[in-house]
Ligand binder design. Structure first.
Ligand code: HEC
Ligand code: HEC
Ligand code: HEC
Ligand code: HEC
Length: 458
């Protein structure tokens, strides 16, 4: 059997055996029997494992004590084993389905004429682990919200192998565990909900009915989820190194990619009106401020023209500006074409969006890699220069740039630098975007300039 071979290959990694495997040894039962016992408990038979149906077993399937259901973090095991407790108590994903049943969710539903948000596919696609009906195990509950398997993958195909504790991470991944530690794969997974994709999208109708504007930055949001993992020596040995700026870059490229796909496919709205959900919300939703339009942003569209959502694309341009100015220039030209196309109709937009998308490949080498001090300085300098030229001042762009600068400072801190001055300067940049209503681009620019001076002095 294929799995037996996998187990042999994994022998010798006794140090990472899970509590379940240790318990099995203590009880004197073999591993195959343990798998059968576990699967029976989950309402599955062993042959079901061999067929590896992508069944979602539900959060309960992970919550055993000695697995991930402990109350306190364990210092003896590689993983903390209290992941379910952290998720239940503090992770917003655990209440994502309940949100739909609460007044704010119900109000959105009422405004849209949806009878019950908690059972509407329009909402479930992002507010729970919306596995197809035939792929839900006996303990799966839609009310669990965005549970373990929404991010780590349907567990039936890999749970037995994984719970044995004798398989390496790579072997678990080969069996179907989602590689959440890889920045690009993580970006693709998180952004499917936090930006949208072919099957999930927050339309302007849903926004206007009361849904909050979506915003996301992979590095910042990964670290505020809150983390139920510990990045320490054994983590790095099992999964490799992580880099804050590399994670940021992976998130920006994938967010730009997904946004462009949505722009290309969704631009043509209903009744001759474009779908406003693919535009930059803050192009229209801000107080009237005579004197705030600034051609310096460089999009080439005149005053009074709403801009397509491009904050992530602008971030990719800043990234390339730092490391590959020629590619940045090519991307800039296609970005200008995209904005021009928004006045010509859906066909032109789809063509221009796909042209910009194909430019993103030039940046992919900068995603998920490690940045040294010189690399971080170069990227920070590109941010400061672009902000100084007035190209990052639009709110949604400034918001992304702020989180990007945050990733740079976090990267400095993790590599042992003294970042007290930089962190104080970063706080001022953050406070300049704290209120969408009171936002003042000139103040934000000044704060970025100050941060730039601090970083140059490091
Ligand atoms: C299946 C869809 C889905 C996936 C996948 C997903 N999220 Fe979420 N996320 C949500 C929803 C829905 C909410 C809002 C929950 C609520 O408040 O009810 C949310 C909220 C959050 C919040 C809180 C935001 C805030 O403003 O308070 C963070 C942080 C977050 N997600 C990070 C992540 C990260 C990091 C990933 C990937 C590792 C991820 N999410 C993957 C759907 C998803
Ligand atoms: C494309 C994915 C997606 C879809 C579709 C979606 N949502 Fe959300 N929703 C999110 C994310 C992501 C958040 C968190 C936003 C943030 O804080 O950044 C969220 C937040 C919310 C919030 C605010 C939660 C809070 O704690 O403040 C409510 C309420 C909500 N959604 C209701 C709905 C309803 C009702 C529907 C269906 C009509 C729906 N959503 C459809 C992704 C989605
Ligand atoms: C919103 C997405 C998301 C959800 C929901 C989620 N995780 Fe995670 N999980 C992650 C990310 C991101 C990481 C860190 C990257 C990595 O190591 O894979 C992670 C890491 C882990 C780790 C690895 C720790 C290590 O040291 O290797 C475990 C164990 C884990 N999660 C268990 C769970 C359990 C159990 C649940 C359900 C209660 C859960 N996760 C829910 C995204 C998620
Ligand atoms: C091209 C301009 C335009 C863009 C871009 C735009 N909207 Fe709107 N939005 C409108 C108009 C017009 C209304 C209806 C206003 C009214 O009823 O008074 C509206 C209504 C709303 C409302 C209802 C509350 C209100 O202010 O009337 C919300 C919330 C909203 N939009 C959010 C968003 C979000 C989030 C985005 C970005 C995804 C966005 N909008 C993009 C023009 C826009």
């Amino acid at each position: 059997m294929k799995q037996a071979a996998l187990f042999r290959g994994a022998a010798g990694r006794a140090g990472s055996r899970s509590g379940a495997a240790q318990a099995a040894t203590a009880l004197g039962i073999g591993f195959a029997m343990l798998v059968a016992v576990m699967l029976a408990g989950l309402g599955l038979s062993t042959p079901a494992l061999a067929q590896t149906p992508a069944i979602h077993l539900g959060v309960e399937g992970c919550a055993g004590s000695g697995c991930h259901g402990n109350v306190e973090a364990s210092s003896r095991t590689d993983v903390q084993q209290n992941e379910v407790s952290i998720w239940r108590a503090r992770d917003p994903h655990a209440r994502a389905w309940k949100t739909l049943q609460e007044p704010r969710g119900q109000r959105i539903a009422r405004n849209l004429g949806i009878a019950d948000a908690g059972s509407s596919a329009q909402c479930l696609s992002c507010h729970t682990d919306n596995a197809p009906a035939g792929q839900r195990g006996q303990m799966f509950r839609i009310s669990d919200g965005v549970g373990c398997e929404a991010c780590h993958g349907a567990s039936a195909p890999w749970l037995g192998l994984h719970a044995s504790g004798i398989a390496s991470h790579a072997q678990n991944v080969a069996a179907g565990l989602y590689p959440t530690e890889q920045p690009q794969a993580r970006a693709n997974m998180c952004l499917g909900c936090h930006v949208g994709d072919g099957s999930r999208f927050v339309t302007h109708d849903i926004m206007a009915a009361g849904h909050p504007r979506l915003r996301f930055e992979l590095d910042t949001y990964t670290n505020t989820e809150p983390p139920h993992w510990r990045i320490d020596a054994d983590y790095r040995a099992r999964k490799g190194t992580t880099d804050r700026v590399g994670t940021w870059a992976a998130g920006q490229i994938e967010a730009a990619n997904k946004t462009l796909a949505l722009i290309g496919s969704r631009f043509a709205g209903k009744g001759g009106m474009p779908e406003l959900g693919v535009f930059d919300c803050t192009a229209c939703h801000k107080p009237m401020m005579p004197g705030s339009f600034d051609a310096a942003a460089g999009r080439g569209i005149g005053p009074g023209v709403p801009r397509l959502a491009d904050a992530n694309l602008v971030m990719v341009r800043v990234l390339l500006q730092a490391f590959d100015p020629k590619a940045a220039e090519a991307l800039r030209a296609d970005w200008v074409n995209l904005h021009a196309a928004s006045r010509k109709g859906a066909g032109a937009v789809a063509g221009a969006a796909s042209a910009v998308r194909s430019r993103l490949g030039a940046a992919s080498g900068y995603a998920g890699r490690s940045y040294d001090a010189a690399g971080r300085r170069r990227l920070a300098a590109a941010f400061v220069a672009e902000a100084g030229n007035g190209r990052l001042s639009d709110y949604a762009v400034a918001e992304q740039a702020t989180m990007g600068l945050g990733a740079i400072v976090a990267g400095m801190q993790e590599s042992g630098g003294d970042t007290s001055a930089a962190n104080a300067a970063l706080d001022i940049v953050y406070s300049a975007i704290a209120s969408e209503k009171a936002y003042d681009g000139a103040k934000w620019n000044a704060a970025v300039r100050h941060l730039g001076e601090t970083l140059a002095g490091e």
